[in-house]
Design a protein around this ligand. Structure first.
Ligand SMILES: Nc1ncnc2c1ncn2[C@@H]1O[C@H](COP(=O)(O)OP(=O)(O)O)[C@@H](O)[C@H]1O
Ligand SMILES: [Mg+2]
Length: 331
């Protein structure tokens, strides 16, 4: 009877930043829950030596892999390598498969795919087409491959007539950055978890910006997410008490969540970030496949709000990966 679960996560550099260190908390949470569910647990770190990872998986022969790899060598563009390995070895693994992981990891690819599927996402411009910038619009410069708002703060928001910003953007690498239309308006994080009857959309969380001075961009940048003493961190809050509830926009977002999950092949657990413009139209700004499972993250907060305990969350994710309820075959 094979009851071994293998948790794989990214090897951290000595200089790991706050957003990278967060994976260790996720490993602990998942490990405890898996043990509580009756599994034996082993943990392994993934780096660019994928042969080593392949050898470890073959040797241990787990019944599934809990995939917590968020990047490799601190690079988001390698995030789908481990999924390719697991699929090659035909070992079940949690979260999204290779192809949706690739799409979700690359924001420009994700937007191209969303556009093709008719999922609303803000307009965008690649860096080799600066002539497309409209002087009357506001934009945000975003990293293509990063998550956790790495490299993203208020200096990234600029007006289309700001020659200085455009000049410095011209010198940046088009493989790593792109320009997106800035959506002035409310921000929502919506989590989705696999359930017995398909994807379950969890309670909506709004990100609120408190006492932001006039003109200061309202964004969940790196400072707001990770720098605990900063104005941005202290003055941004997640709330499930939605004021001035716009029923039409809320319904549209729920439909978009399911469409994204189904048509992009997402699995297990996902969080979508939305902005709603001043006319009430929702846009997907970010697809987070395998979102952070630490206690402070939006996904866990939404699960808790819906009444789920950590062990149940992990159980659902594992059962979706295995394709059947956890039973005596595994434990
Ligand atoms: N098009 C946009 N309009 C307005 N704000 C945006 C836009 N894109 C991103 N932001 C702000 O920047 C934050 C981080 O961007 P996001 O695309 O979610 O990247 P990450 O993967 O780093 O979370 C968002 O939570 C939002 O506050
Ligand atoms: Mg985001």
């Amino acid at each position: 009877m094979n009851n071994l679960a293998l948790i794989l996560y990214n090897r951290l550099p000595k200089t790991a930043t706050d957003d990278e260190l967060d994976v260790l908390e996720q490993v602990n949470i998942v490990s405890k829950s898996l043990k509580g569910l009756g599994f034996r647990v082993k943990k392994g770190q993934v780096d660019l030596n994928l042969q080593k990872t392949l050898d470890v998986i073959k040797k241990l022969n787990p019944c599934f892999i809990f995939n917590l790899v968020e990047s490799i060598n601190s690079r988001g563009e390698f995030v789908f390598f481990p999924a390719a390995l697991y699929q090659y070895l035909e070992i079940p693994f949690t979260g999204s498969p290779l192809v949706p992981l690739f799409f979700a990891a690359n924001k420009v690819r994700a937007k191209t795919e969303m556009k093709r599927l008719g999922i609303p996402t803000p307009g965008w411009i690649e860096l080799d087409k600066p002539e497309k910038i409209n002087p009357g619009k506001k934009y945000i410069l975003k990293p293509i491959w990063e998550e956790g708002s790495v490299g993203l703060d208020e200096h990234c928001v600029f007006n289309g007539d700001d020659a200085g910003s455009i000049e410095s953007i011209r010198k940046m690498d088009k493989e790593f950055y792109f320009i997106e239309e800035f959506i002035e308006g409310r921000e929502f994080n919506i989590s989705i978890i696999a359930g017995p009857n398909g994807p379950e959309v969890l309670p909506f969380a709004e990100m609120t910006f408190i006492d932001f001075p006039e003109g200061k961009p309202k964004i969940m940048g790196y400072t707001a997410k990770w720098k605990e003493q900063s104005f941005e961190y202290l003055n941004t809050r997640r709330t499930f008490e939605i004021a001035n509830f716009d029923e039409k926009a809320m319904n549209q977002m729920a439909i978009i969540c399911k469409k994204c999950w189904n048509e992009m092949g997402l699995k297990g657990y996902v969080r979508l970030d939305f902005r709603i413009d001043l006319q009430g139209k929702p846009y997907v700004i970010d697809i987070n496949a395998n979102p952070c499972l630490s206690g402070s993250g939006g996904f866990m907060a939404a699960c808790e709000k819906s009444g789920m305990k950590i062990r149940e969350i992990v159980q659902r994710i594992v059962e979706h990966a295995l394709g059947h309820p956890i039973n005596s075959t595994e434990i």
